[in-house]
Write a protein that binds this ligand. Structure first.
Ligand code: F3S
Ligand code: F3S
Length: 105
């Protein structure tokens, strides 16, 4: 699967969502999340993210390894709803994301 790491937090450009053929990129309040059960590893999302937040799971930079875990845990609760647009936004972020500092810039 692919993972959305720290750069997406509070950006949520969503260019990735338009590229995904299986609609498996779900929305949290501060970040988007790729469903590991539904992602077919097509990789179309990765190059279109303007802040380079998306990585193949084995290529997530070490400093962001917590985001790889967060993606898995986020869907441990949510399961596999079978489509992000049908499901709609999720009310709560994973604690790793919720705990990220808010930019005041
Ligand atoms: Fe986030 Fe990049 Fe997608 S900022 S919403 S991962 S295009
Ligand atoms: Fe979709 Fe990206 Fe996976 S485009 S299928 S989330 S690799």
């Amino acid at each position: 699967t692919y993972v959305i790491a720290q750069p997406c937090v509070d950006i949520k450009d969503k260019a990735c969502v338009d590229e995904c053929p299986v609609d498996c990129i779900y929305e949290g309040p501060r970040k988007m999340y790729i469903n590991p059960e539904e992602c077919v590893d097509c990789g179309a999302c990765e190059p279109v993210c303007p802040v380079e937040a998306i990585y193949f799971e084995d290529d997530v930079p070490g400093e962001w390894s917590a985001f790889r875990v967060a993606e898995t845990e986020f869907f441990a609760e949510l399961g596999s709803p079978g489509g992000a647009s049908g499901h709609g936004p999720v009310d709560e972020d994973h604690p790793v994301v919720a705990g990220q500092p808010v930019s005041t810039g």
